[in-house]
Design a protein around this ligand. Sequence first.
Ligand code: NAD
Length: 241
Amino acid sequence: MPKIVVFSGAGLSAESGIPTFRGSGGLWEGHRIEDVATPVGWMRNQQLVLDFYAQRFVQMQQCQPNPAHLAIAQLAAKFDVVCITQNIDTLLEKAGVKNVWHLHGRIDCHKCEWHFGIPPMDAEWQCDYRGAMEKPVQFSDLCPKCGKQLRPDVVWFGEAVDMRVDDLYQMVSLVDVFIVIGTSATVYPAANLLKFFQNVPEKYFVDPNPNYQALNDFTVFQGSASEYMPSLVTSLTTKFC
Ligand code: NAD
């Protein structure tokens, strides 16, 4: 059975109605990234950040998987597929994919504000509480473990990414197919995955505006995820079944 890694960015969910931020002049829903997606923004104005993520939470809960998410779910039902995503939405899970690795966290989870790297970096202040949430985090929702303010469990710019390098090294030589969908490949360290998987025998890139600088002998499908993913999945299924 082939082992397949699917690496996705915001473009995968664009046709479900969740905007990417490169497509909106570098703003995310009208906000500067540094105001709503950095530890400094959080320290400056927690209410603004919580309101921003509360809106994203509601928006993402209302969105439905598009044909690309559903095609990936079909692929995952037949083969050994690992989905690595930069997306904080849970549309892959909604489509039925079980094995999803969220490099940048999940909108439907929260963690203690002292979880990672928010100053002061005093280890005594760090708390490892994380949990799932049914409603957006409010100002004054406190950590049940240490009593500090809770925040969305998403990785902000300048914070550590859940790269699990050991798992990647164990996986890389076993991978037969690497599919990259809807990413500008400019957000690091996630974008390093394109280099990490460069020796995989079959590599595909699906994006209407591919970042050719990041591509090294990929087969490029220049177009939208829902336009190309269903046919790519059909051809891989025919090939490997
Ligand atoms: P990006 O905004 O930098 O790039 C988006 C890419 O998607 C571009 O290359 C664009 O050409 C492509 N694209 C646009 N429409 C597409 C479509 N219909 N089909 C396929 N591709 C399409 O996104 P990124 O590279 O993922 O990095 C941005 C960061 O923003 C991520 O780390 C993520 O955490 C965050 N983000 C997440 C979401 C989400 O969870 N859905 C949405 C916006 C931003």
